[in-house]
Design a protein around this ligand. Sequence first.
Ligand code: ASP
Length: 324
Amino acid sequence: MKKLLFATVFALMLQGAGSATAQVYPSRPITIVVPFSAGGPTDALARTLGERMRAALGQPIIIENVTGAGGTIGVSRAVHAAPDGYTVSIGHLGTHVVNGAIYPLQFDLLKDFAPIALIASNPMMIVTKNAVPATNLKELIAWLKANQSKITAGTAGVGSGSHFSAVYFQKLAGVQLQFVPYRGTGPALLDLVAGQIDLIVDQASNSMVQVQGGKIRAYAITTDKRLAAAPSIPTVDEAGLPGFHVALWSGLWVPKGTPPDVIAKLNAAVMEALADAAVRKRFADVGLEIPPREQQTPQALGAHHRAEVEKWWPIIKAANIKVE
Ligand code: ASP
């Protein structure tokens, strides 16, 4: 009897400890796993957001860059972490949608993640090193055709935003590029500035500063309206490649099984960060568009994620992109 009583009291104590831990979340630093190189656009997004989320959550946000295989190594690391809210996955249309149609993943991108929030969307920019003789998109396409298969295009690996956007560009423009994979477009952009590669179909947020500094040349952005941050860059429709529209949206997820109250706290911290004037300005300056508040909920990201899988998988499978 005594033994039974002790066991019951002990079990109750454990239960109490469990709920106390949940109540004080977060009680230690939170890690955001960035699946691309430091200094790149996903890294920059995570750092700006993380800095502001730290204020909301009262705990440091650690950025861990786990790179390789178009982002699948970092995403895999995050999905297999404990579902306790201390490991968060950041990614985008490439890592959390497109890669599922290209790589034999050991997890399900939709079922094994729980959504936190849609963060921001970014168009792509067609950029080249300054030594390329073309001065507008039509001239660039003519130059690419004249040099078929000799032009090098930097990517962040098979399935990354810069890769599938460039594959789409090849198809619409009728050109052939030599892909050079990096672990992120941060290092690819450094090589473009240095003239080591010819071209990147890059996230606007990555290239913007180098374009504005005159270190590389931009030909068009993949939206139907010009960016307020770079009004002199034409849209693809204006520049001669109508319909080449890509909105590389990013989001945050945690492993499935993460308690709902933890998800709610993370979502509230993201929403607080996205409402912050300084964050909004930093994003707007590089062409990152924040979704309206009603689209910042976990449910909205879940629905958007599913719709994007349904839209892109058939297209990507038909494009027959292979992992080298
Ligand atoms: N977003 C990636 C990065 O941060 C690049 C990409 O998807 O192209 O490097």
